[in-house]
Design a protein around this ligand. Structure first.
Ligand SMILES: Nc1ncnc2c1ncn2[C@@H]1O[C@H](COP(=O)(O)OP(=O)(O)O)[C@@H](O)[C@H]1O
Ligand SMILES: [Mg+2]
Length: 385
């Protein structure tokens, strides 16, 4: 998977710009606040349809403008396609070769990328939502239709919450027939989400352990548990026992017992939108006991696991987006990642404040991008051009 051309219009600090990347290494250099992350974020946006730093649509549109656009020419083998995302403050529209896609999976399944960003620490340290986003991304790599299932669930959840809110405000005591219809739908789609999550974790945990131990040069067992109020915690290795039917049955039980409470609260109290995963290292909860170094190695291992799943399950080399390479990682992890990148067959985009002497260099300055000539030592001769 190769990004051959990237165009930005009114995206972040860029008014209008275009770059033609190298098919292997691309280094984006600049001082802080010059627009490095924005380039990687734009590439991530066309791949994931969201900002890897968790930004809202409106934050990505250039200040003072009403709409922005990111457009990418992507090659997969012999096939080329133009992937575009148009942004407005409250919505976005994705197209492939000018046509909008009916299902999210048609879009996110066609451009594969993995991002490595300082905000990844939130996967461990942050709220459960960060972990749900990570696990859903992993599920999506195994099966792109997971994105459609999550979108469908979210829509049903919103509708059901709207109904519950009106019941709560009206003081209604007896559940109306519509509530049952929405509950059935929520169980149907929610069970599929949970099923995919449990099985994706199960298939990945050995790879996470393998990478963690390679990075940290340790021999520690990483374990992952799926946490849900709907059933006792599921430890990896138990997944074969947990069928879709069983999950649906357990969810139904929970919905039955919490319906009265939900009608009073005016919101949906159970379901995969409240679940979490718990990661332990040698039996200890990493979120609570992990050192900064351990957490950094673990998130790197989580991202490298995504890459491996793309390779083994989709037979694809995803585009790798590495943000803030110089300041985020310490020397040892930097060396590990650089060695990994040199051996990988992926196209790489790496942002850094320090010069690196690999690949094609893009210098960013004041919302403009320059692709300077390098001197014989591989250094940028004139940063400002
Ligand atoms: N929506 C926006 N419109 C205009 N400028 C923006 C917008 N969002 C961020 N910026 C500015 O873009 C600049 C580049 O940000 P960023 O890509 O994060 O820089 P870097 O990664 O090089 O530190 C910053 O100075 C920031 O203030
Ligand atoms: Mg940055």
């Amino acid at each position: 998977m190769i990004l051959e051309r990237l165009r930005l219009y009114n995206f972040r600090c860029y008014e209008e710009t275009e770059i033609e990347p190298d098919s292997r290494f691309n280094v984006v250099i600049g001082l802080n606040g010059q627009g490095k992350t924005s380039i990687l974020e734009a590439i991530g946006l066309v791949a994931f349809l969201r900002s890897f730093r968790g930004a809202k649509n409106g934050e990505m549109v250039r200040l003072g403008q009403t709409e922005g656009l990111v457009s990418a020419m992507v090659r997969n083998g012999d096939l080329r396609a133009q992937h575009s995302v148009k942004l407005w403050p409250t919505r976005k529209q994705a197209t492939i070769n000018g046509k909008s896609c009916r299902y999210l999976s048609e879009y996110v399944g066609k451009m594969s990328a993995v991002s490595f960003s300082p905000t990844d620490l939130e996967i461990i340290r942050g709220s459960p939502e960060n972990r749900r986003l990570w696990i859903d991304k992993l599920c999506q790599i195994f099966d792109p239709t997971h994105a459609d299932i999550v979108a469908r669930y979210q829509k049903i959840l919103e509708q059901r919450n709207r109904l519950l809110r009106s019941l709560s405000e009206g003081g209604v005591k007896r559940p109306p027939a519509d509530l049952e219809i929405w509950t059935d739908e929520l169980i149907n789609w929610g069970a599929r989400i949970i099923h995919n999550r449990i099985h994706s974790v199960d298939k990945s945990v050995d790879t996470i352990s393998k990478y963690y131990n390679e990075i940290s040069r340790e021999n520690t067992r990483i374990n992952v548990r799926y946490l849900s109020e709907n059933f006792d915690e599921v430890t990896c290795g138990q997944a074969p026992l947990i069928s879709l039917e069983l999950i649906a049955q357990l969810l139904r039980k929970r919905f039955e017992s919490s319906q009265q409470k939900e009608m009073i609260l005016g919101t949906t109290a159970v379901g995969p939108h409240r679940d979490d995963i718990e990661i332990t290292m040698g039996g200890n909860l990493v979120r609570a006991f992990g050192s900064q170094g351990e957490v950094r190695s673990l998130v790197l291992a989580l991202r490298l696991t995504e890459v491996e799943v793309y390779r083994t399950f989709q037979k694809l080399n995803p585009i790798l987006l590495i943000d803030d390479f110089s300041s985020e990682l310490d020397a040892r992890r930097r060396k590990f990642l650089l060695d990994y990148l040199l051996l990988s067959e992926s196209q790489v985009f790496l942002s850094t404040t320090e010069e690196l002497t690999i690949g094609k260099v893009f210098v960013v300055k004041d919302g403009k991008i320059f692709a300077p000539e390098l001197n014989e030592n591989g250094h940028v001769t004139d940063r400002c051009q």
